[in-house]
Design a protein around this ligand. Structure first.
Ligand code: SF4
Length: 547
């Protein structure tokens, strides 16, 4: 008879920071980008806890990994073939029967935007930065786990998830003993690949790239997802040059009955969540066929989901996570309608919105779809209006602005500075994100980040964006720790967060004062060239621009 200490044939896991639901408040997970000189291993393990049963099966999993498990079960594997395991308990699930260890990664080498911004946050506050971001360290802990090493002669290590590009572009995967890198959606080809591995086929040394599946091919999760996440759309269709094919491809929406409702129920009944996040790259376009929103479909979804969660109690809440500026300005009445359900009773919540640039020229070159149906020249106005509409409906906006995009010139940075200035009066956290070119990636060369903060114009943008973010973070601290389930941890994290936000904020203000700012007149004159989109008539494919 099968004993579990013989191991499961397929063990799924992820880096520790990604496997943890950080006490129920996934928004606190940004701490995973903090470098290891602030996170000793023991402290990190206390912070990044992972709930699991004695055997090692997790109670909640990262959404992407829960989807991998769902696809395998749907294909015909059973729960005794597949386990999503805590990275702390791999020794309990890996054994002589194990053939595949699948590792899901969000930031394997610490090269994500999140790790880049933390680098700036610390450097600009004159705080030391040593070693790897914790998330990357915790990937190493898993990929080099003694249980994997002990059984390596009969195990294939397969790595998937949003950060696989880091392993491929740097070539690090082979050195780390990874047999297969799986890029793209799992549903289409993943189960077939796993079956071939189980049959003994030699698949080592492959980078697999799979196309997005159709909506009908995506099964529902069985293990609850961290953050109470339920995916309602996939793709957005705006086609930004730096986005992944999975997301930039055409938008498709999952049906409520038999799909979204099932995942909500799983998260509430098995996962114990009181807050459900309807995940989408662009929530207000749920049910849309083209670029225009379909308000009836969005309203129907929200009303049905709201009624479902309220069956469990008045204190159950509904949220969403992403939008674009354009759709908010296109459908302000819809935003108001949804806000009445999601931010009921005067509550506020966060919503992410990729601003990326204030430069019509750069927008036209790399992400013209972001402004549609408006024009690139209207985009800065659209962003300001959208933030205002979202604030009016009690959403605090988390707005990202990317620096160092291919083809970026000083006038583009000046245009972003102008937009940032216009956003000062709103409730928004403006996060400056570094675009790291391929060459730098290969060497894990963060000097590119140093160069950006040495340049007076870019440093001014980064400092001003961080000052605005930290001011809003102080104001929004209750929202940041809001979902934390453990009261003691909540109090401690709240305190530490406030201390850290205020500390870096005062240092940024002092630094901006010492270094001085460019005059408004200088910025205005410089930015004027960014409005001439005839200077950038050609769209640059990002791969060419990187060379
Ligand atoms: S709007 Fe966002 S999700 Fe859509 S293509 Fe652009 S970056 Fe990707």
């Amino acid at each position: 008879m099968f004993r579990h200490n013989d191991g499961y044939p397929i063990v799924l896991t992820s880096e520790i920071a990604t496997a943890s639901d950080t006490f129920g408040a996934s928004v606190v997970g940004f701490a995973s980008a903090i470098p290891e000189n602030y996170f000793r291993r023991r402290i990190a393990h206390m912070f990044f806890r992972v709930s699991s049963d004695r055997e090692g099966r997790v109670k909640r999993a990262p959404y992407g990994l829960a989807k991998v498990e769902a696809a395998l079960l749907h294909y015909g594997f059973s729960r005794s073939d597949v386990v999503i395991a805590s990275p702390y308990k791999l020794d309990r699930v890996i054994g002589p029967r194990t053939r595949i260890v699948g590792i899901y990664t969000m930031d394997a080498l610490g090269l994500s935007y999140g790790s880049g911004i933390l680098y700036w946050v610390l450097k600009l506050a004159d705080l030391p930065y040593r070693g790897l971001p914790y998330i990357a360290r915790s990937f190493m802990e898993v990929v080099e786990h003694p249980a994997i090493k002990a059984h390596k002669d009969h195990i294939k290590v397969v790595v998937g998830g949003p950060a696989t590009w880091q392993l491929v572009d740097t070539g690090a995967w082979q050195k780390l003993g990874v047999d297969v890198v799986y890029e793209g959606s799992f549903e289409n080809y993943g189960p077939v690949l796993f079956e071939r591995i189980l049959k003994g086929e030699d698949v080592r040394g492959r980078v697999v790239n799979s196309k997005p599946p159709s909506v009908e091919e995506v099964p529902t999760i069985v293990t609850p997802s961290i953050g109470g996440i339920v995916e309602v759309t996939r793709g957005c269709g705006r086609g930004c040059a730096f986005c992944t094919p999975t997301l930039s491809g055409m938008i498709s929406s999952f049906p409520f009955e038999g799909h979204i409702d099932k995942e909500i129920i799983t998260n509430i009944e098995k996962g114990g969540f009181k807050s459900i996040t309807l995940h989408s790259e662009e929530f207000f376009r749920y049910g849309a066929k083209g670029i225009d929103p379909n308000p009836d479909k969005v309203k129907e979804l929200v009303v049905k989901a709201y009624k479902l969660i309220k069956r469990y109690g008045e204190d159950y809440r509904l949220h969403t996570d992403f939008t674009t500026a354009a759709v908010v300005v296109q459908a302000p009445e819809l935003v108001k309608f949804v806000g009445e359900y999601m931010n009921e009773g005067g509550d506020w919540s966060f919503i992410e919105m990729g601003i990326e640039t204030g430069s019509p020229r750069l927008l036209n070159m790399l992400m013209a779809g972001k402004a549609k149906p408006f024009t690139p020249r209207q985009y800065p106005d659209i962003v300001e209006q959208a933030v205002g509409i979202l604030n009016d409906n009690r959403w605090v906006v988390v707005g990202t602005m990317i620096l160092n995009l291919p083809g970026e010139r000083d006038e583009d940075v000046a245009a972003s500075l102008e937009l940032l200035d216009r956003l000062r009066k709103y409730r928004i956290l403006t996060f400056p994100l570094p675009f790291i070119p391929m060459g730098a990636l290969r060497k894990r060369d963060f000097t590119v980040l140093d160069k950006m903060i040495e340049d007076p114009l870019r440093r001014e943008l980064i400092l001003k964006a961080l000052i605005k973010s930290m001011e809003e973070a102080v104001r929004s601290v209750e929202l940041i720790v809001g979902n934390m389930e453990n009261i003691v941890a909540k109090l401690i994290i709240r305190r530490i967060s406030l201390f850290a936000f205020n500390l870096v904020l005062s240092r940024y203000k002092a630094k901006l004062g010492q270094l001085g700012e460019h005059s408004a007149e200088f910025i205005r004159k410089l930015a004027s060239a960014a409005w001439d989109i005839s200077k950038s008539p050609v769209r640059i494919p990002i791969d060419e621009a990187n060379q």
